[in-house]
Design a protein around this ligand. Structure first.
Ligand code: NAP
Length: 487
């Protein structure tokens, strides 16, 4: 039976976890975690700072050598057990996640399945870390090439996928044999604390993963980067913060993985199957209330099918039920905080001021809760701010185009390059467009590209590196080569 939210929160390890022990912040401070549907404070985790950060990174450095020596099979078994525990407890993890982040329970359950899968995938990768042995071309040396853990890693995650964003990092780090210091998002730390407890139960040794919750990210992450003890930083979040972290990491030449912002174009060609395109755009736009880096931000529709597409999309958006994500039957939960509603409202107002037409939604309701209605905007002008800004809300912005070249030009007219979508019944046209799209991922007749077995990541200012897939573990490995003369 699923426990109540109060019981789940009461059972959580609280505070900061270092070296296998929960402790209060050195300052003694705490901060509030709010339920965005109700405004209720549901927990008050420890508010860590520089002293806590120093203790955490010292622990990670002290345990690195021993952890790296743990057999790969043992590390794999911990991940496999964590996958099983998460799967068994999907309902209560989902309830906790919905309560701090807002997404509907059905979506939260989907995220638990997706997030747990990273543990299973990397459990299978751990024993398969490979090396190489061969003779030099001149025959004078033997080359032995091994893959070693990169060393203590700093992990930083955003609030929008409180489980999957961290299992996508912890999974490969454990598989590779890296120790970790982790700072979850201020708005959604509870799911992370749950996962840390669960990993301990799955057998993760003390000191391998330390967690510092905080309301002041820089006061924890800055000291970690400057400590000289971390060898890698893996970040998921906005491009703005990612750039600043890259600069900081450059000073100590830390390895980095950067999963940053997006501005996804969604192209509906004139020969698209309308039902496929509508299913796909609903998935790409409305997953997570539009609060996803993969969210369809600019929906480019061939002028000949625009009226049909806009009418049917408006119908689907109008049919969605908005409410508390914890209530069964809710399709669209609240946005994560009041500032998120302000931002979406400003973007819609800007587009309308410049000539866009509201087909549905477009007006923020009164509180309580941080709700914004599903909204469709037609005739969005090309100078509207939504064209270059991540909306991060349930707003579909429709922009007409007249031929494939124009669609590709518009799609690529952004500094971002995370994901693009193309809808067409023609395989030739779809491939031709996909080849020209400047993005790390392309959804061809689908609005969902995330899969633990596939390489997730962006180009341009959407990031560096890939998470998941066969190459995901390489982000946490260093190559070492030993040269042995042939005598
Ligand atoms: P954010 O503001 O960049 O925050 C991300 C993380 O960085 C949070 O843990 C945050 O802590 C921390 N942070 C903020 N300022 C920092 C600083 N000065 N030093 C060190 N850490 C700092 O992003 P967000 O609003 O949480 O998430 C939304 C963004 O993430 C969007 O741009 C979205 O596209 C992107 N995203 C990308 C992917 C991907 O895979 N490419 C996936 C999901 C989200 P606090 O929570 O305490 O502020």
């Amino acid at each position: 039976m699923t426990r109540s939210l109060a019981d789940i929160v009461a059972g959580l390890g609280t505070g900061i976890r270092i070296d296998g022990r929960w402790r209060d912040a050195a300052s003694g401070g705490t901060f509030d975690v709010e339920n965005p549907a109700t405004g209720e404070i549901i927990a008050t985790p420890a508010d860590g700072g520089a002293a806590d950060a120093a203790a955490a990174i010292d622990s990670a450095a002290a345990h690195q050598r021993g952890w790296a020596a743990t057999p790969a099979r043992d590390r794999a078994e911990i991940l496999r057990r964590a996958y099983e525990l998460l799967t068994e407890r999907a309902d209560e993890v989902a309830l906790l996640m919905t309560s701090e982040m807002g997404k509907p329970l059905a979506e939260a359950r989907g995220e638990v399945a997706y997030g747990a899968e990273f543990f299973r995938w990397f459990a299978e990768e751990a024993p398969r870390i490979r090396g190489d042995a061969r003779r030099s071309p001149d025959g004078a040396s033997r080359f032995i090439v091994t893959q070693e853990p990169v060393g203590p890693c700093i992990l930083i995650t955003p609030w929008n996928f409180p489980l999957a964003m961290i299992s996508r990092k912890i999974g490969p780090a454990i598989a590779a044999g890296c120790t970790m210091v982790y700072k979850p998002a201020r708005l959604t730390p509870l799911t992370s604390l749950y996962v840390v407890d669960l990993l301990t139960e799955a057998g993760l040794p003390d000191g391998v993963l330390s967690v510092v919750t905080t309301s002041s990210a820089g006061s924890v992450v800055g000291p970690w980067i400057e400590s000289g003890k971390a060898r890698k930083l893996s970040f998921t979040g906005s491009t703005e913060v990612g750039k600043s972290l890259l600069e900081q990491c450059a000073r100590g030449v830390l390895r980095t993985s950067m999963e940053l912002g997006g501005n996804a174009p969604f192209i509906v060609c004139r020969d698209a199957d309308m039902d496929v395109a509508l299913d796909a755009v609903m998935a790409a736009k409305m997953r997570n209330m539009g609060e996803a880096c993969t969210s369809a931000n600019r929906i480019l529709v061939h002028r000949s099918v625009l009226d049909d597409f806009a009418g049917r999309l408006t119908q689907r958006m109008t049919n969605l039920t908005v409410g508390d994500g914890a209530a069964e039957g809710t399709d669209v939960g609240p946005l994560v905080e009041a500032a998120a509603v302000d931002k979406v409202d400003e973007l819609v107002t800007d587009a309308v001021d410049r000539g866009a037409h509201v087909l549905c939604g477009g007006a923020r309701p009164d509180g309580p809760g941080h709700f914004y209605p599903p909204t469709v905007l037609a005739d969005v002008p090309r100078d509207a701010r939504v064209m270059e800004t991540e909306i991060f809300g349930p707003v579909a912005a429709l922009i007409p185009f007249d031929d494939d070249d124009e669609a590709v030009r518009l799609a690529n007219d952004t500094e971002f390059g995370l994901v693009s979508y193309v809808m067409t019944e023609s395989v030739d046209r779809g491939f031709a467009i996909a080849e020209q799209l400047e993005a790390g991922m392309v959804g061809f007749n689908t609005g969902l590209v995330s899969n633990p077995a596939a390489p997730f990541g962006g180009i341009k200012q959407s990031g560096l590196g890939r998470e998941g897939g066969p190459t995901g573990i390489e982000e946490f490995l260093e190559t070492k080569y030993v040269s042995i003369p042939v005598r």
